[in-house]
Design a protein around this ligand. Sequence first.
Ligand SMILES: [Zn+2]
Length: 327
Amino acid sequence: MSAKVNIGVDLGGTDIKVAVVDCEGAVLYSDCAPTEAHRGYGHTINNIIRAINNILQKNNLDISQIGGIGVGCPGQVDPEKGLVKFLPNIPGWINIELADILEKELGLKAGVDNDVRCAALGEQKFGAGKGYNNIVCITVGTGIGSGIIMNGKLIRGANSCAGEIGHMILRDTGGKFCGCGNTGCFETLASGPSIVEMAENYIMGGKSSKFKELAGDGPITPELVARAAGFGDEVAKAIFKQAGYWIGIALTNVVNLLNPEIIIIGGGVAKSGNLLLEPIRKTVRERALKTALENLQIVEAQLGNDAGMIGASLLACNNNKDTCAAG
Ligand SMILES: [Zn+2]
């Protein structure tokens, strides 16, 4: 291996995904470790370090072959300081100097950024956003996040919290409380948990559905609702239509505000494909300003589950412009 490769880490609430990525965005090796968030941030950081050491060892890679490490984190991050400010779904992560800790422990240059921003970078360089300069990438999973690239540049904002699309207020009164403390947030209307809640409400209301049958004694998941919709189940289809409607409303605001060329939709819930994309496209088409709609594309993410790791590796790539052709 002549050119240096980088390590991309995607820190999630359940798993830590680690990959060795070359400068063309190819995942050479990947691995997964548990986050074990309940054991505290120090424990999780040790798991990250162990996972990196393991992937190097297993694949006979020497530290000298690695350009650097990039970590995508699910929340607010100050990439300049390498600081994780707050992770809403991983308790205890407040103002953690993650880049410094990793640099000291591993002897490699480290960068951190928000996970969806990393995914947006990955999609721009190697995925659905290739060739576009004005990109909005959103991920719909447990939460809803976004990464915004305008005029070819990633937008971070004054306090590095630009793109918190999940907390865009879509209802002025009532509604469920969001993890951020507010009510009426987009995230409470169309994320994975809200799809599950809609499904449970239909069951409580006496509607029978295929997803109940598929779940058996187990929990209902967005994937099960999507599968039921695939079987033609009307209740399941109505749930996705409703979630897609709210995503479409949020994206209409985004289209009118930012005028992107392409909107890339990723995350666990987006794996349901056209089931979700169709109501999104319909709503945006009906509600957005006509001038902003010209040539707008709304597509599924291309890099799938690897987008976060590939994008995170680009943070390291940018730290190593001299050794990385793609940087
Ligand atoms: Zn919120």
